[in-house]
Design a protein around this ligand. Sequence first.
Ligand code: 13P
Length: 255
Amino acid sequence: MRKTLLAANWKMNKTAAEAISWLNDFYGMAAEKAAEKDLVEVAVCAPFTALYALYQERQRLGAVMGLGAQNIFWQEKGAFTGEISAAMLQEFQTKYVICGHSERRVLLQESSEMVSRKCGAAVNAGMTPIICVGESISVRRGGLLRQWLEAQLYESLSFWDNQQEIVVAYEPVWAIGTKQAATTADAQEACGYIRQILRERAGDIADDIRILYGGGVTPENISGLLICDDVDGALVGGSSLDAAAFDKIVMAAVE
Ligand code: 13P
């Protein structure tokens, strides 16, 4: 059984004070209670400064929401200005690390080889990478969706020994930031390809790997995405910044 995971990706949004305020709002809502009952898994991937604030506030409240980072560096420590290590993230019980988001692949030229090294650092420290893959509109229009996903996954997974826990997020670049998610059919097609590719690589283990959909998820469209056989949750950007909207998204997964 794959437990549904709803992960918020706040990107470069929210100060530490804003994160604390969000968590206090969210804590009183239905989603936190559903997560306490283990009906669904919820995580927030926050900026590093907000992550520390969330860690402390979560302890104070006794909240169960998981914490995630949006980046990691593959070296343990040293002269790597601006980077963050696995040990630094572990210090505040970070469970997930988003690796290879398209915004980093495009804006910062992060290659799949770099993504794989980052994922390797995360799993070696006992964290679970959320590995993002997804095509541009020109790749889709060119009929190259499966090949694209295969190449991105193949290279981003070179660290993987087929045993460590991973999460894959299918994020079509053309849907990100639009509030207009892929259709149910498009999401299922791509997530189905991803599971096939994982099966070719790791056999039946592919059935245990959670595949999230991300890009334009809202409280209105989440239910249509979660009915897909191969969609096991969502990675939510803009709609997660408002605690009430994210609560609705989580509750759609419980209902
Ligand atoms: P939006 O939900 O804002 O489209 O962002 C999706 C995303 O990039 C999540 O990682």
